[in-house]
Design a protein around this ligand. Sequence first.
Ligand code: AMP
Length: 320
Amino acid sequence: MSNELPLTPSFEKRGKLLIIGSIAFDDIETPFGKVRHTLGGSATYISLSASFFAKPSVVAVVGSDFHLHHRKIFESKKIDLSGLKKTKGKTFTWGGKYGFDVNNRTTIFTRLNVFKNFKPKLTSLHKNCPYVFLGNIHPSLQLEVLKQIKKPKLAGLDTMNFWIESEKKALTEALKLVDIFVINESEARQLAKEHNLLKAARQILSLMNLSVNRIPPVLIIKQGEHGLLLFQERRILNLPGYLLEDVLDPTGAGDCFAGGLMGYLTKTNNVSWQNLKKACVFGSVVASFCVEKMGTKRLQDLRPRDIDQRFKEFKKLTHF
Ligand code: AMP
Protein backbone atom coordinates (compact mmCIF):
# COMPACT_ATOMS: atom_id res chain seq x y z
CA MET A 1 0.00 0.00 0.00
CA SER A 2 2.75 2.45 -0.86
CA ASN A 3 0.10 4.94 -2.04
CA GLU A 4 -1.11 5.08 1.59
CA LEU A 5 2.10 6.71 2.79
CA PRO A 6 2.63 8.97 4.57
CA LEU A 7 -0.25 7.79 6.74
CA THR A 8 -0.31 11.02 8.69
CA PRO A 9 -0.06 14.07 6.44
CA SER A 10 1.64 17.15 7.86
CA PHE A 11 -0.66 18.80 10.37
CA GLU A 12 -1.40 21.88 8.24
CA LYS A 13 -2.54 19.73 5.33
CA ARG A 14 -5.03 17.69 7.32
CA GLY A 15 -8.76 18.12 6.76
CA LYS A 16 -11.03 19.32 9.56
CA LEU A 17 -13.36 16.95 11.34
CA LEU A 18 -15.94 18.20 13.82
CA ILE A 19 -16.76 15.77 16.63
CA ILE A 20 -19.60 16.06 19.09
CA GLY A 21 -19.99 13.60 21.92
CA SER A 22 -19.35 12.86 25.54
CA ILE A 23 -16.21 13.49 27.52
CA ALA A 24 -16.48 11.24 30.53
CA PHE A 25 -14.81 9.72 33.51
CA ASP A 26 -15.27 5.97 33.35
CA ASP A 27 -15.10 3.18 35.91
CA ILE A 28 -14.27 0.04 33.96
CA GLU A 29 -13.98 -3.54 35.13
CA THR A 30 -12.95 -6.42 32.88
CA PRO A 31 -11.67 -9.90 33.84
CA PHE A 32 -8.17 -8.53 33.15
CA GLY A 33 -8.16 -5.16 34.89
CA LYS A 34 -10.01 -2.46 36.74
CA VAL A 35 -9.73 1.34 36.47
CA ARG A 36 -11.63 4.11 38.19
CA HIS A 37 -12.35 7.65 37.02
CA THR A 38 -10.32 7.26 33.85
CA LEU A 39 -10.74 9.67 30.94
CA GLY A 40 -13.29 8.28 28.46
CA GLY A 41 -16.42 9.26 26.58
CA SER A 42 -17.38 9.00 22.94
CA ALA A 43 -15.79 12.32 21.85
CA THR A 44 -12.55 11.39 23.60
CA TYR A 45 -12.12 8.04 21.85
CA ILE A 46 -13.32 9.39 18.49
CA SER A 47 -11.03 12.43 18.48
CA LEU A 48 -7.95 10.55 19.68
CA SER A 49 -8.43 7.98 16.89
CA ALA A 50 -9.23 10.55 14.21
CA SER A 51 -6.16 12.61 15.14
CA PHE A 52 -3.95 10.13 13.27
CA PHE A 53 -5.55 11.22 10.00
CA ALA A 54 -7.32 14.57 10.40
CA LYS A 55 -7.56 17.77 12.46
CA PRO A 56 -10.32 17.03 14.98
CA SER A 57 -12.31 19.74 16.78
CA VAL A 58 -14.33 18.63 19.78
CA VAL A 59 -17.59 20.18 20.94
CA ALA A 60 -18.49 18.84 24.39
CA VAL A 61 -19.00 19.80 28.02
CA VAL A 62 -16.96 18.97 31.12
CA GLY A 63 -17.23 19.84 34.81
CA SER A 64 -14.82 21.44 37.24
CA ASP A 65 -13.18 18.03 37.85
CA PHE A 66 -11.67 18.18 34.33
CA HIS A 67 -8.09 19.33 34.90
CA LEU A 68 -5.11 20.52 32.90
CA HIS A 69 -3.60 17.02 32.68
CA HIS A 70 -6.83 15.80 31.02
CA ARG A 71 -6.72 18.68 28.54
CA LYS A 72 -3.08 17.84 27.75
CA ILE A 73 -4.08 14.37 26.53
CA PHE A 74 -6.09 16.03 23.75
CA GLU A 75 -3.57 18.77 23.10
CA SER A 76 -0.72 16.27 22.70
CA LYS A 77 -2.64 15.01 19.63
CA LYS A 78 -3.35 18.56 18.39
CA ILE A 79 -7.08 18.19 18.99
CA ASP A 80 -8.83 21.57 18.96
CA LEU A 81 -10.72 22.14 22.22
CA SER A 82 -12.05 25.63 21.47
CA GLY A 83 -15.55 24.09 21.51
CA LEU A 84 -15.11 22.53 24.94
CA LYS A 85 -17.32 24.11 27.58
CA LYS A 86 -16.29 23.87 31.20
CA THR A 87 -19.07 24.43 33.71
CA LYS A 88 -19.66 24.09 37.43
CA GLY A 89 -20.49 20.57 38.50
CA LYS A 90 -19.23 17.11 37.72
CA THR A 91 -18.23 15.70 34.36
CA PHE A 92 -20.42 12.93 32.88
CA THR A 93 -19.53 9.57 34.45
CA TRP A 94 -20.16 6.06 33.27
CA GLY A 95 -19.41 2.65 34.77
CA GLY A 96 -19.29 -0.62 32.86
CA LYS A 97 -18.36 -4.23 33.59
CA TYR A 98 -17.41 -7.04 31.19
CA GLY A 99 -17.37 -10.80 31.67
CA PHE A 100 -15.19 -13.23 29.71
CA ASP A 101 -17.43 -12.70 26.70
CA VAL A 102 -16.26 -9.17 26.11
CA ASN A 103 -18.95 -8.60 23.49
CA ASN A 104 -21.44 -8.30 26.33
CA ARG A 105 -21.15 -5.56 28.88
CA THR A 106 -23.28 -4.40 31.74
CA THR A 107 -23.69 -0.70 32.35
CA ILE A 108 -23.38 -0.19 36.10
CA PHE A 109 -24.26 3.50 36.11
CA THR A 110 -24.71 6.50 33.78
CA ARG A 111 -24.61 9.93 35.44
CA LEU A 112 -25.23 12.73 32.96
CA ASN A 113 -24.15 15.48 35.42
CA VAL A 114 -23.14 18.61 33.41
CA PHE A 115 -24.63 17.05 30.27
CA LYS A 116 -28.13 17.61 31.68
CA ASN A 117 -28.07 21.34 30.86
CA PHE A 118 -25.70 21.30 27.90
CA LYS A 119 -26.78 23.28 24.83
CA PRO A 120 -24.07 23.04 22.17
CA LYS A 121 -23.44 26.33 20.38
CA LEU A 122 -21.17 26.13 17.38
CA THR A 123 -18.71 28.83 16.33
CA SER A 124 -18.36 29.68 12.63
CA LEU A 125 -15.20 27.53 12.49
CA HIS A 126 -17.24 24.55 13.64
CA LYS A 127 -20.28 25.32 11.48
CA ASN A 128 -18.13 25.23 8.35
CA CYS A 129 -16.36 21.93 9.00
CA PRO A 130 -16.86 19.74 5.92
CA TYR A 131 -16.78 16.49 7.88
CA VAL A 132 -18.85 15.96 11.01
CA PHE A 133 -19.34 13.05 13.36
CA LEU A 134 -21.95 12.96 16.09
CA GLY A 135 -20.75 10.58 18.74
CA ASN A 136 -23.02 8.86 21.18
CA ILE A 137 -24.92 11.51 23.17
CA HIS A 138 -28.57 12.46 23.60
CA PRO A 139 -30.13 12.43 20.06
CA SER A 140 -31.74 15.83 20.59
CA LEU A 141 -28.25 17.30 21.16
CA GLN A 142 -27.11 15.56 17.97
CA LEU A 143 -30.07 17.10 16.19
CA GLU A 144 -29.38 20.57 17.59
CA VAL A 145 -25.83 20.39 16.27
CA LEU A 146 -26.89 19.09 12.85
CA LYS A 147 -29.28 22.00 12.46
CA GLN A 148 -26.49 24.52 13.14
CA ILE A 149 -24.05 23.09 10.63
CA LYS A 150 -23.92 24.85 7.25
CA LYS A 151 -23.43 22.28 4.52
CA PRO A 152 -21.30 19.36 5.63
CA LYS A 153 -19.83 17.22 2.91
CA LEU A 154 -20.42 14.20 5.10
CA ALA A 155 -22.22 13.76 8.42
CA GLY A 156 -22.02 10.59 10.49
CA LEU A 157 -23.77 9.47 13.65
CA ASP A 158 -23.45 6.82 16.34
CA THR A 159 -25.94 5.90 19.06
CA MET A 160 -26.64 3.18 21.63
CA ASN A 161 -29.45 1.08 23.10
CA PHE A 162 -29.93 3.62 25.93
CA TRP A 163 -31.15 6.25 23.40
CA ILE A 164 -33.01 3.83 21.11
CA GLU A 165 -35.12 2.84 24.11
CA SER A 166 -35.75 6.29 25.50
CA GLU A 167 -35.39 8.79 22.62
CA LYS A 168 -36.38 7.01 19.43
CA LYS A 169 -38.30 9.97 18.00
CA ALA A 170 -35.38 12.42 18.26
CA LEU A 171 -33.03 9.75 16.94
CA THR A 172 -35.24 9.16 13.89
CA GLU A 173 -35.22 12.92 13.21
CA ALA A 174 -31.42 13.06 13.45
CA LEU A 175 -31.06 10.08 11.11
CA LYS A 176 -32.84 12.01 8.36
CA LEU A 177 -29.90 14.43 8.29
CA VAL A 178 -26.93 12.04 8.25
CA ASP A 179 -25.09 10.11 5.53
CA ILE A 180 -23.29 7.51 7.66
CA PHE A 181 -24.81 5.65 10.57
CA VAL A 182 -22.72 3.39 12.79
CA ILE A 183 -24.58 1.02 15.08
CA ASN A 184 -23.96 -2.37 16.64
CA GLU A 185 -25.77 -5.55 15.70
CA SER A 186 -28.20 -5.82 18.61
CA GLU A 187 -29.03 -2.11 18.35
CA ALA A 188 -29.76 -2.46 14.62
CA ARG A 189 -32.23 -5.25 15.39
CA GLN A 190 -33.70 -3.21 18.24
CA LEU A 191 -34.13 -0.05 16.12
CA ALA A 192 -35.66 -1.84 13.12
CA LYS A 193 -37.63 -4.31 15.28
CA GLU A 194 -36.36 -6.95 12.84
CA HIS A 195 -34.18 -9.96 13.59
CA ASN A 196 -32.85 -10.47 10.06
CA LEU A 197 -29.88 -8.13 9.64
CA LEU A 198 -30.28 -7.65 5.90
CA LYS A 199 -33.90 -6.61 6.31
CA ALA A 200 -33.02 -4.47 9.32
CA ALA A 201 -30.29 -2.74 7.30
CA ARG A 202 -32.64 -1.95 4.39
CA GLN A 203 -35.16 -0.54 6.80
CA ILE A 204 -32.63 1.64 8.62
CA LEU A 205 -31.15 2.94 5.35
CA SER A 206 -34.63 4.07 4.33
CA LEU A 207 -34.77 6.29 7.44
CA MET A 208 -31.57 8.14 6.54
CA ASN A 209 -30.69 11.23 4.49
CA LEU A 210 -32.14 10.64 1.04
CA SER A 211 -31.68 14.14 -0.44
CA VAL A 212 -30.72 14.10 -4.11
CA ASN A 213 -27.44 15.97 -3.64
CA ARG A 214 -26.12 13.63 -0.93
CA ILE A 215 -24.27 10.35 -1.27
CA PRO A 216 -26.52 7.29 -0.95
CA PRO A 217 -26.82 6.60 2.81
CA VAL A 218 -24.24 4.32 4.37
CA LEU A 219 -24.96 1.96 7.26
CA ILE A 220 -22.28 0.17 9.23
CA ILE A 221 -23.35 -2.61 11.57
CA LYS A 222 -20.57 -3.43 14.04
CA GLN A 223 -20.30 -7.02 15.18
CA GLY A 224 -17.70 -6.67 17.96
CA GLU A 225 -14.74 -9.02 17.58
CA HIS A 226 -16.45 -10.59 14.55
CA GLY A 227 -16.04 -7.47 12.41
CA LEU A 228 -18.67 -5.46 10.60
CA LEU A 229 -21.15 -5.19 7.76
CA LEU A 230 -21.06 -2.16 5.47
CA PHE A 231 -24.17 -1.34 3.44
CA GLN A 232 -24.80 1.23 0.72
CA GLU A 233 -27.67 0.78 -1.75
CA ARG A 234 -27.36 -2.85 -2.93
CA ARG A 235 -23.67 -3.09 -2.06
CA ILE A 236 -22.48 -5.00 1.00
CA LEU A 237 -19.05 -5.62 2.50
CA ASN A 238 -18.49 -8.15 5.27
CA LEU A 239 -15.23 -7.31 7.02
CA PRO A 240 -13.80 -9.61 9.73
CA GLY A 241 -12.38 -8.30 12.99
CA TYR A 242 -8.61 -8.16 13.46
CA LEU A 243 -7.68 -11.19 15.57
CA LEU A 244 -5.87 -10.28 18.78
CA GLU A 245 -4.37 -12.49 21.48
CA ASP A 246 -4.90 -10.02 24.29
CA VAL A 247 -8.04 -7.97 24.67
CA LEU A 248 -7.84 -6.08 27.95
CA ASP A 249 -10.68 -3.58 27.69
CA PRO A 250 -13.16 -3.21 24.80
CA THR A 251 -14.46 0.17 26.02
CA GLY A 252 -14.34 2.74 23.26
CA ALA A 253 -13.70 0.24 20.45
CA GLY A 254 -16.84 1.35 18.61
CA ASP A 255 -15.88 4.99 18.99
CA CYS A 256 -12.34 4.34 17.83
CA PHE A 257 -13.73 2.58 14.79
CA ALA A 258 -15.83 5.66 14.02
CA GLY A 259 -12.84 7.97 14.64
CA GLY A 260 -10.56 6.00 12.33
CA LEU A 261 -13.26 5.72 9.67
CA MET A 262 -14.18 9.41 9.67
CA GLY A 263 -10.55 10.48 10.08
CA TYR A 264 -9.56 8.53 6.98
CA LEU A 265 -12.50 9.86 4.94
CA THR A 266 -11.61 13.40 6.01
CA LYS A 267 -7.96 12.87 5.14
CA THR A 268 -8.69 11.47 1.67
CA ASN A 269 -11.74 13.67 0.98
CA ASN A 270 -13.21 10.80 -0.99
CA VAL A 271 -16.51 9.07 -0.21
CA SER A 272 -16.54 6.50 -3.02
CA TRP A 273 -17.52 2.91 -2.17
CA GLN A 274 -13.91 1.82 -2.68
CA ASN A 275 -12.66 4.40 -0.22
CA LEU A 276 -15.44 3.67 2.28
CA LYS A 277 -14.21 0.08 2.38
CA LYS A 278 -10.65 1.21 3.05
CA ALA A 279 -11.86 3.64 5.72
CA CYS A 280 -13.61 0.71 7.44
CA VAL A 281 -10.32 -1.17 7.54
CA PHE A 282 -8.52 1.84 9.07
CA GLY A 283 -11.34 2.19 11.59
CA SER A 284 -11.03 -1.49 12.53
CA VAL A 285 -7.26 -1.20 12.83
CA VAL A 286 -7.41 1.75 15.24
CA ALA A 287 -10.13 -0.01 17.27
CA SER A 288 -7.96 -3.13 17.50
CA PHE A 289 -5.23 -1.10 19.20
CA CYS A 290 -7.62 0.59 21.60
CA VAL A 291 -8.67 -2.68 23.25
CA GLU A 292 -5.09 -3.74 24.02
CA LYS A 293 -4.89 -1.57 27.16
CA MET A 294 -7.35 -0.16 29.70
CA GLY A 295 -9.17 3.09 28.79
CA THR A 296 -7.41 5.40 26.32
CA LYS A 297 -3.88 4.32 27.31
CA ARG A 298 -3.03 2.49 24.10
CA LEU A 299 -4.30 5.37 21.93
CA GLN A 300 -2.02 7.73 23.78
CA ASP A 301 1.16 5.83 22.92
CA LEU A 302 0.07 4.65 19.45
CA ARG A 303 2.27 5.71 16.51
CA PRO A 304 1.19 6.23 12.89
CA ARG A 305 3.60 3.53 11.74
CA ASP A 306 1.87 0.98 14.05
CA ILE A 307 -1.39 1.74 12.25
CA ASP A 308 0.23 1.46 8.86
CA GLN A 309 1.82 -1.88 9.67
CA ARG A 310 -1.39 -3.39 11.02
CA PHE A 311 -3.28 -2.09 7.99
CA LYS A 312 -0.92 -4.16 5.81
CA GLU A 313 -1.36 -7.22 8.03
CA PHE A 314 -5.11 -6.78 7.89
CA LYS A 315 -4.92 -6.69 4.12
CA LYS A 316 -3.00 -9.97 4.00
CA LEU A 317 -5.41 -11.56 6.42
CA THR A 318 -8.48 -10.71 4.38
CA HIS A 319 -7.11 -11.17 0.88
CA PHE A 320 -7.78 -14.26 -1.21
P1 AMP B 1 -18.13 2.25 23.30
O1 AMP B 1 -17.44 1.13 24.06
O2 AMP B 1 -17.54 2.50 21.95
O3 AMP B 1 -19.61 2.09 23.29
O4 AMP B 1 -17.85 3.60 24.12
C1 AMP B 1 -17.81 3.65 25.51
C2 AMP B 1 -17.74 5.10 25.95
O5 AMP B 1 -19.03 5.68 25.77
C3 AMP B 1 -17.38 5.24 27.41
O6 AMP B 1 -16.16 5.96 27.53
C4 AMP B 1 -18.54 6.01 28.04
O7 AMP B 1 -18.12 7.08 28.85
C5 AMP B 1 -19.35 6.52 26.87
N1 AMP B 1 -20.79 6.39 27.13
C6 AMP B 1 -21.43 5.35 27.72
N2 AMP B 1 -22.77 5.59 27.81
C7 AMP B 1 -22.97 6.82 27.24
C8 AMP B 1 -24.14 7.65 27.03
N3 AMP B 1 -25.37 7.26 27.40
N4 AMP B 1 -23.97 8.84 26.42
C9 AMP B 1 -22.76 9.23 26.03
N5 AMP B 1 -21.61 8.52 26.21
C10 AMP B 1 -21.71 7.32 26.81
